[in-house]
Design a protein around this ligand. Structure first.
Ligand code: SF4
Length: 291
């Protein structure tokens, strides 16, 4: 059995940067409180907790600094923290900050901001916050608000697939062009995740099964899984090596592995080791009996 790794996968620079910022702050302050998990990866979150980075959805008093994760937050959260007097450690990914700035700028310019993405995702909730009450999030496949306001700015959750974002904009124009007088389209997609999706798509085309490693709540990992399914390849979303079932790999010649932007290299290495062990067990079972 051959194990092939996607050319582009795993920790992105935005997540690495956020973790570096948190680690430095934890060393300096002893303990910090993160507004939500720093990344969607339980392993990394556990390691960071051991270093004194506690995850808490609600900012507490000013006893400890409060960390904002790579996904960013809305201005309301920043105001709340400021009221407590706590120091803010900002780990927001600059690509997300760019999205937030566009959302605010467009809303201030009188546009209604349509955010293509998951309204329940922390990044999207934060971006919506920057546009005040002039923003609506639309999940992939959901109907667009009707009637649409006449001046519309469209941005995307950073981790969406470029193909789906393009389809969304096409649907907007096809079905609602008569309602729109002015449309601004801002490409806020993250090129790291787009690159990882392209690499996963390429690998899915040449493998029998794909293993997609990443936190179960990680949006970019879920998109990698979708991309593999779009190629018609059997694919499994796993958080760790223990989840790999031997029956998934039976009669497979080529197994592909990819990983989300918040998956550490150690998790990928563990999966590769597990697949190799399973392949060795298969070989041992199939070995001809010597007479
Ligand atoms: S996936 Fe992209 S937007 Fe998200 S943290 Fe990484 S670099 Fe930033």
């Amino acid at each position: 059995m051959e194990i092939l790794l996607a050319k582009d996968m795993g920790f992105c620079w935005g997540v690495r940067r956020a973790i570096d910022i948190m680690e430095t702050a934890a060393k300096e302050h002893g303990e910090i409180i993160s507004v939500g998990p720093i990344v969607h990866n339980p392993q990394v979150v556990r390691e960071l907790e051991e270093m004194g980075i506690r995850t808490n959805v609600k900012p507490e008093g000013d006893e400890h600094p409060v960390a904002i994760t790579a996904h960013g937050v809305g201005p309301q959260v920043i105001d709340e923290v400021n009221k407590t007097g706590a120091k803010i450690i900002d780990g927001t990914c600059p690509i997300v900050t760019r999205s937030q700035r566009w959302a605010r700028k467009m809303a201030e310019g009188g546009f209604t901001v349509l955010v293509f993405g998951d309204p329940d995702h922390r990044e999207v909730r934060g971006v919506l916050g920057w546009a005040g009450d002039k923003a609506i999030a639309v999940r992939d496949g959901d109907p667009l608000p009707s009637p649409l306001p006449s001046r519309v700015a469209v941005i995307s959750q950073t981790t969406q697939s470029p193909e789906r974002f393009a389809e969304f904009v096409g649907r907007l124009m096809r079905d609602h062009v008569s309602e729109i007088t002015e449309l601004r389209l801002i490409n806020t997609l993250c090129n790291v995740t787009s690159g990882q999706q392209a690499a996963a798509r390429e690998l899915a085309q040449e493998t029998d099964v794909m293993l997609v490693v990443g936190g179960k709540t990680s949006a970019n990992t879920k998109h990698l899984l979708e991309v593999c399914h779009e190629e018609g390849t059997t694919a499994y979303h796993i958080e760790n090596a223990a989840e790999v079932e031997p029956e998934w790999l039976e009669s497979c010649e080529r197994v592909g592995v990819t990983a989300g932007a918040s998956t550490p290299d150690s998790a990928v290495e563990a999966v590769v080791t597990r697949v190799r062990d399973i392949a060795n067990e298969f070989d041992a079972t199939r070995a001809p009996v010597q007479s």
